[in-house]
Write a protein that binds this ligand. Structure first.
Ligand code: SAM
Ligand code: SF4
Ligand code: F3S
Length: 452
């Protein structure tokens, strides 16, 4: 096998799932670019089509089958032979087994095998056949590979991989392995060099950033990391996800004290019922969670709290659900990701029988969405008349004359593109916006400052 066969080939990547997968895709792109490949925007123009998959819910599984089948009707690849590769969490879970249902797939690589994607694809291009690598313990580490960032102003920075929590409904620990923290200095050096390249915002990534460092020599804490990253000169720091059971007072203090840490905390609650939380193996109660919210708000009063909630966990009763509704009302989330429970084979919750009819679960889900929307609208309304600094991401999808960016509280903000200015030149710039309209999912207003 020679990697030179990759030179000049075109590739297309479609990514499903969470930010971890998005970042893994950036590493795959970085690696393929380093072998002389060129990314294209459509599968039809690609010699190599890669799907980075997710298996957190059943719908994500189903989508992969549709995507792979649709590749069969693509025109001939630009250089004659097309390789279809499947990576990410479904690949890690099913390995070679995927070939039973996906007969046009050539390469399968697991979450620990990203560093080998070039070799696997080169083999498939040269000699045909199937090439599978889904080891559980690889020595290669994706965080040390080149990577291709989607934007010039923002960067995902993985600080740890894997998860040790084994929430009873969740497949992630089985497909991402155990927690492994990246060395402290490596992360700080990476952010320092990103600042030099003009990056203004980083998002520190981990399934539970609050347990960062436990496995490292000297056991540095997440709060120490926030302070050190704050000293690099980066303008905005975000992080996700934060498990309530491990959120320490010192982390809340660091969030309040480090100016670059944005006033936004994603604190997944999953359920408002202590009984269900116990079944979920979340290791906190409703009361613990609400005290944490109070502690956070006492240090950072206007913080945007966001969350994940699962409706229809096996055995959830109407009373359990009412506790979730009342918790959501009490907290007043700025935003929430709401999910209907999806049975994941191999997890403990998949063994629990549940007679609750789907219509009942759907009705609960819709009631929850309404409460979340009311909370988000109320949260955003507080910003009417205020001036917020906005990091510009581009223009609104619906209207190219409207700039779109993010406030420190992670709200989407709209403002008019100034006359005669190409909005592309404003991507990654910061501007103050005076808010005059507040909606459930965005704010809009007028420009109040120069671009900086
Ligand atoms: N580690 C993160 C945390 O604990 O906050 C969550 C990562 S998980 C990829 C994202 C969300 O998917 C979870 O917070 C949970 O709400 C949802 N989720 C996970 N497994 C699920 C399942 N079996 N059914 C429905 N939703 C699920
Ligand atoms: Fe899944 Fe729980 Fe780990 Fe989050 S903390 S990834 S929900 S097992
Ligand atoms: Fe993420 Fe889905 Fe895997 S949520 S860790 S891509 S199972």
């Amino acid at each position: 096998m020679t990697l030179s066969v990759l030179s000049g080939k075109t590739y297309f990547i479609r990514t499903f799932g969470c930010q971890m997968n998005l970042h893994d895709s950036e590493r795959v792109s970085g690696l393929l670019d380093s072998y002389g490949c060129l990314e294209v925007a459509e599968p039809a123009d690609a010699d190599i089509v890669i799907f980075m998959t997710c298996c957190v819910r059943e719908a994500a599984d189903t989508r992969l089958y549709g995507q792979c089948s649709s590749c069969k009707s693509l025109p001939v690849a630009p250089h004659g032979k097309r390789v279809i590769a499947v990576g990410g969490c479904i690949a890690q879970r099913d390995g070679e087994g995927l070939l039973t249902n996906l007969d046009n797939v050539d390469v399968i690589f697991g979450t620990h095998s990203i560093a080998h994607v070039g070799e696997l694809i080169a083999d498939a291009l040269q000699s045909g056949g199937h090439h599978v690598r889904c080891e559980e313990h690889e020595d290669s580490d994706a965080t040390s590979m080149p990577w291709h960032r989607a934007t010039s102003y923002h960067s995902w920075v993985p600080i740890m991989t894997g998860c040790n929590n084994f929430c009873s409904y969740c497949i992630v620990p089985y497909v991402r392995g155990r927690e492994k923290s990246r060395p402290f200095d490596e992360i700080v050096d990476e952010v320092t060099s990103l600042v030099r390249c003009g990056v203004r915002e980083v998002t520190l990534l981990g399934q539970n950033v609050n347990s960062y460092g436990r496995d490292l020599f000297g056991a540095p804490r997440f709060a120490d990391l926030l302070r050190a990253v704050g000293d690099t000169g980066i303008e905005r720091i975000r992080f996700t996800s934060s498990h309530p059971k491990d959120l320490l007072p010192e982390t809340i203090e660091a969030m309040a004290e480090v100016p670059a840490v944005m006033p936004h905390l994603h604190l997944a609650v999953q359920s408002g019922s202590s009984r269900v939380l116990k079944e979920m193996n979340r290791r906190y109660t409703r009361e613990d969670y609400l005290s944490l919210v109070d502690a956070v708000r006492s240090k950072i009063p206007n913080i945007a709290l966001t969350t994940d909630i699962i409706v229809g966990f096996p055995g959830e009763t109407e009373d359990d659900f009412l506790e979730t509704l009342s918790l959501a009302r009490e907290v007043g989330y700025a935003q929430a990701f709401t999910f209907i429970y999806s049975k994941r084979k191999g997890t403990p919750a998949a063994e629990i029988d549940d007679p609750t009819p789907h219509e009942v679960i759907l009705d609960r889900f819709n009631r929850l969405v309404k409460v979340i929307e009311d909370g988000a609208f109320a949260y955003n309304s507080e910003f009417n008349g205020s001036v917020v600094p906005v990091l510009i991401e581009g223009t609104s999808k619906k209207d190219a004359t409207v700039l779109q960016g993010k406030s420190p509280w992670n709200q989407t903000v709209h403002a008019p593109v100034p006359t005669g200015v190409d909005p592309l030149t404003l991507v990654g710039r910061m501007v103050d916006v005076r808010i005059d309209t507040t909606k459930t999912w965005y704010l809009s207003g007028s420009l109040e400052s120069d671009f900086r």
